[in-house]
Design a binder for this molecule. Structure first.
Ligand SMILES: C[S@@+](CC[C@H](N)C(=O)[O-])C[C@H]1O[C@@H](n2cnc3c(N)ncnc32)[C@H](O)[C@@H]1O
Length: 709
């Protein structure tokens, strides 16, 4: 009897009070409650199932259906599958922005608001057009689809905010992390907490996760009970990389609309064909695993098949879609997952992005929502961009990563500039010697950074290096830096490492940056280096002159000026410009306030990411640590007998520290509460309060008090 409705479905107040398990009944399924006017049709149910007497009750916002008639196994699974499929998508359930009634008509442009009627939509347009989506989807042969701003935007303007189509474990996990499939918290194979049907681990008895999402994949994962039992005893049985592709695959029946959206995404199948690493890895870890253990065992006849298309081609395509388009989310409890979004994937890449993403990670109906905001002014007609790779990697590493994972060669302004916007984060020191045996003192930079095999050339002597020579050296240094940083290093280890890598790398090189960024966080915090234990020299190292940079630039300038008198015309203009840059930087770096290690790192960070699109946490850590050093130095000088600091200077130091904290708080404001950024923001706000107390104790003017974030 197709189209038959089950009446007691509506989750009214009365049914909430029903006992969880009506006597003599068997549970069929638990689902989120649909709105009262969206009772699902149940197509093609056999007559006997419809005679089943159904009850419902709510449990953690879900409707549980029970039957009191004895259904056989296939009827039972048929009714369950039909119910799951008939459920409307949660995000489809919207209310009218004008009157709050159930709203079937979403705004076709932004899809963020909905209305119960055309009249209410018209009535709201004057207000809504101000916030309706501020971009157009365009297409070009070079970029594919991309977004252009359709009006001027200022920092903080929301560009889009949407829920994901699919969320799941990262599909390239290096570590064999065991995750709860309901809430994505860490789980363990050493406990008995399992989904009772498919036996995949869950985090515990009070898991706050979404049983509905798992219900769908569970039908597949439990298709072979023997395999499920084997899995229990061996971690190798659980391939988490296969879960997100499976969740995508399940959309073909769960939500044909989402399925269409997923298939519309770029998968770069041509770049991931036979013979490539991607092909080998995906075939083994996803396609082979899913097909052999589950998909090929799904019943073909009888009930309507759960999945129509389980072909290898489709699975390979889904993995391509995930690799190219999925965004990565770090959850507060330390796990990392990926999500596909209906519009956010259209943002093109730039190494100087103009947008910032923030993710809602707290459980609830907004969980995993992404909000993309403008990180700086964006003019009408400008490309709206994000960053697919690491902002603190050098050009060679970023471009290789983009080519290997997203299949294009970036040609943005930062990539095209050998100095990377004057930051020198890829620059190497020239190891050549001049005629009297002294170090050359020049900088090695790529001559054509947009060419993969560009030579590197010294700006002072004729020495050139091949790109593979530079690559090998930088990779080896990077491996050593990563190893040491991962092992929880001491201050001494980091200082030695910095000395060592500084032989080869420009002081601003991104590997030096990584070591210094860790170092400034250890000074003042590690045992033996607590603020009161630091010598003035060590404090000065944190807040003092970065001697590596200054000496280097002095010597470079000196040599350039000398050489300018000796060298022929074509080289001269190059050296003038380099010399000019160095003199400028020296001027900035030598001023007392700017000449500290934190400040140098901050200058690099802010040049590469002026709007805090990607490096908000990095810059706020630097601002926070600089504030710590400023306050500590001021306290020390105040404690001297007689005090080594006057009231005016103390007042200005306090203001400087406050400004640093306020800037950190502003950078961190969009970060979710439970994220690393959110925790950093708490620390910053706590320090602002402590600073206020100190100002009060000292009886300073505290002119800036009252400003808070
Ligand atoms: C997440 S998708 C973006 C949407 C895609 N353009 C589309 O039409 O579906 C990423 C792909 O877009 C293209 N793309 C993004 N940014 C690019 C850029 N800066 N230069 C060239 N291609 C880019 C690449 O093909 C990349 O693999």
């Amino acid at each position: 009897m197709p189209g038959q409705k089950i009446e007691p479905w509506t989750p009214s107040t009365e049914v909430r009070h029903l006992t969880p398990r009506p006597p003599g009944c068997v549970k069929i399924t638990s689902l989120p409650p649909p709105p009262p006017d969206r009772v699902p049709d149940l197509p093609d149910l056999p007559a006997r199932s419809l005679k089943a007497h159904m009850y419902s009750c709510t449990w953690k916002q879900t409707v549980t259906l029970w039957t009191s008639s004895g259904l056989d196994k296939s009827e039972f699974s048929l009714i369950r599958t039909s119910l799951v499929r008939a459920m409307p998508e949660e995000e489809d359930v919207m209310t009218c922005d004008v009157c709050g009634a159930h709203a079937p008509n979403k705004c076709s442009a932004c899809k963020q608001v909905a209305y119960c009627s055309k009249e209410h939509q018209k009535q709201d347009w004057t207000r809504h057009k101000e916030v309706c989506r501020p971009f157009e989807v365009c297409s070009s042969p070079e970029l594919g689809r991309h977004l252009l701003a359709s009006r001027d935007l200022t920092p903080g303007d929301v560009i889009l905010s949407e829920l994901p189509l699919v969320v799941g474990p990262k599909h390239h996990s290096q570590d064999e992390a065991v995750l709860c499939l309901l809430c994505h918290r860490p789980a363990s194979l050493d406990t008995d907490y399992r989904c009772p049907r498919c036996l995949w681990p869950v985090c515990g008895p009070d898991c706050p996760g979404d049983a509905k999402t798992h219900a769908h994949e569970c039908v597949v994962l439990r298709v072979d009970p023997q395999q499920s039992r084997r899995n229990v005893t061996s971690q190798r049985g659980y391939h988490y990389e296969a879960i997100t592709p499976l969740r995508c695959l399940l959309q073909q029946r769960r939500s044909p609309r989402k399925w269409r959206q997923i298939l519309e995404m770029e998968a770069h199948e041509g770049d991931r064909g036979p013979g490539t690493d991607a092909y080998r890895e995906v075939r083994e870890k996803v396609v082979g695993y899913l097909k052999t253990n589950f998909l090929d065992k799904l019943p073909e006849s009888g009930a309507e098949p759960l999945l129509e298309d389980t072909s290898e081609k489709t699975l390979l395509r889904l993995c391509g879609v995930l690799d190219v388009n999925a965004l990565e989310l770090s959850l507060p409890f330390g796990t990392e997952i990926v999500a596909l979004y209906p519009t956010a994937y259209l943002l093109e890449h730039s190494c100087m992005p103009n947008t910032r993403h923030s993710f809602e990670t707290a459980p609830g109906t907004r969980q995993y929502r992404v909000t993309v905001t403008a990180a700086r002014d964006i003019r009408r007609g400008e490309h709206i961009t994000t960053m697919y790779t690491h902002a603190l990697w050098g050009t060679q590493a970023r471009r290789e990563h983009l080519k290997a994972t997203k299949y294009f060669s970036c040609r943005c302004q930062r990539c095209a500039d050998p100095t990377e916007l004057g930051t020198y984060v890829s620059a190497m020191k020239c190891l050549g010697a001049n005629s009297d045996g002294a170090a050359c003192g020049g900088i090695q930079l790529p001559t054509s950074p947009l060419e993969e095999d560009s030579d590197w050339k010294c700006d002072l002597c004729p020495i050139t290096l091949s790109s593979s020579q530079v690559n090998d050296l930088v990779t080896r240094i990077g491996d050593e830096v990563e190893d040491i940083l991962r092992g929880g290093p001491t201050v001494k280890q980091l200082e030695e490492l910095l000395d060592k890598v500084s032989t080869f790398l420009h002081p601003n090189h991104y590997h030096c940056y990584a070591v210094k960024h860790s170092l400034v966080q250890l000074y003042g915090h590690q045992h033996g280096y607590k603020p009161q234990q630091l010598t003035l020299q060590q404090l000065d190292n944190k807040y003092g002159t970065d001697i590596h940079i200054l000496l280097y630039m002095y010597s470079c300038c000196f040599r350039h000026v000398l050489l300018l008198f000796q060298t022929s015309a074509p080289v001269v203009s190059d050296m003038y410009s380099c010399c000019f840059r160095h003199v400028l930087l020296l001027f900035q770096t030598c001023t007392p306030v700017v000449s500290d290690m934190c400040r140098c790192l901050l200058t690099i960070t802010e040049t590469l990411d002026p709007g805090n699109a990607r490096l908000a946490l990095y810059s706020s850590v630097l601002q926070y640590e600089t504030h710590n050093a400023v306050v500590q130095l001021a306290r020390r000088r105040l404690a001297q007998q007689p005090p080594g600091i006057g009231r005016d200077e103390l007042d200005s130091k306090v203001k400087e520290a406050r400004q640093l904290l306020l800037r950190a708080a502003q950078a961190l404001a969009p970060e979710p509460d439970l994220s690393a950024g959110g925790r950093m923001l708490c620390l910053v706000n706590k320090s602002l309060k402590e600073l206020d107390i100190w100002v009060k104790e000292l009886g300073l003017s505290g002119a800036d008090r009252g400003q808070s974030c």
